[in-house]
Design a protein around this ligand. Sequence first.
Ligand SMILES: NC(=O)c1ccc[n+]([C@@H]2O[C@H](COP(=O)([O-])OP(=O)(O)OC[C@H]3O[C@@H](n4cnc5c(N)ncnc54)[C@H](O)[C@@H]3O)[C@@H](O)[C@H]2O)c1
Length: 341
Amino acid sequence: MEKYRAGFIGCGGIATAHADGYRHVENAEIELIAGSDIHPEGEKAQHLAREHGIRLYADHREMLEREQLDLVSVCTWPRGHCEATIAAVENGARGILCEKPMAVSLDEADRMIGACEKAGAALAIGHAHRFSPQAVQARVWVQAGEIGEVAMIWGHCTLDLMNNGTHVIDLISYLNGDSPPRWVMGQIDRRNRIEGRRNHPDMPAEDMAIGRVGYENGVVGFIELGERASQSFSFRIIGSDGIIEVNSPDGPPLKMLSSYRSDGWHVPRLEETYSNICGELEELVSAVEGRGAHRSEAKIARTALETIMGIFESSARRRVLEFPIDVGDFVLERMVREGLV
Ligand SMILES: NC(=O)c1ccc[n+]([C@@H]2O[C@H](COP(=O)([O-])OP(=O)(O)OC[C@H]3O[C@@H](n4cnc5c(N)ncnc54)[C@H](O)[C@@H]3O)[C@@H](O)[C@H]2O)c1
């Protein structure tokens, strides 16, 4: 097994979950070395350092230069993702797990992808639901034709597009075999300025959003987000011969009703995994070592960001948009600036 030196940029809540994931990776020996945070004196950063015996820095460039890290977790708020990812790869990182949303604009996402491609480094984005046993099994069922031809995939969750919405959009894509999107239509609302609950203090958020996406394979995705939705990242896949429900609020994590089966709602026994983040990190190691692409590689995550920007832009222009979505800025921020929301 290869040995890796790993570190963190941004040492808050999700960095702690990454640290735990690194400790349980089974396909590599990983030493946790250092972390950097704009507030290294903060409680969360101090906790991470204490728990995992890592050195703390206030400046990630200094950390990256001194510590020669192989694997870097980018766990800052979204505005920091692009610069931190590029700094990591320019300082020799071979694998980066950057948290979602990938970036705040498609221009930034393209710069991140370009820098990692140039250096030959693996860049994965933290759409961790792709590693949940229920999502993996649901995708297997869809691909095996257990519910016939899929017509629609509906997904919902609380909060805004750049926070939970990116998970919802990305998981719809995963369940749909990552068929490319062809058009998107959306609407957002920000009348109540419910920004108190957002986890991204450095950017605006809408109160609620809906989006409808047409994929190349004919499937339609429906995204529903907002304060009144359930927290549970629920998905319903509707096929010509059945329905699959993932994380239904009042049910088991996965169930299927199929006209090919006579047992009513079928509830499978799911594979046990340590954690979704541990799965993401193990697959990052495999990608670094040339054993296959990461299922959440940056190019796939860019599609989720493009879809989000498409929903914002569709809301601004009040019409359906075809892919590729030709906007390079953070559309929501522009909409707020222009008084559109
Ligand atoms: N994959 C998931 O399910 C999941 C879950 C939670 C959070 N996240 C994502 O992880 C990211 C961080 O969220 P969190 O919950 O850990 O937030 P947090 O507030 O707990 O921690 C973020 C930390 O990053 C630091 N920071 C912010 N900008 C920085 C910068 N430019 N350079 C260095 N440090 C910086 C902050 O001081 C803070 O300590 C967000 O993008 C969020 O969407 C993902």
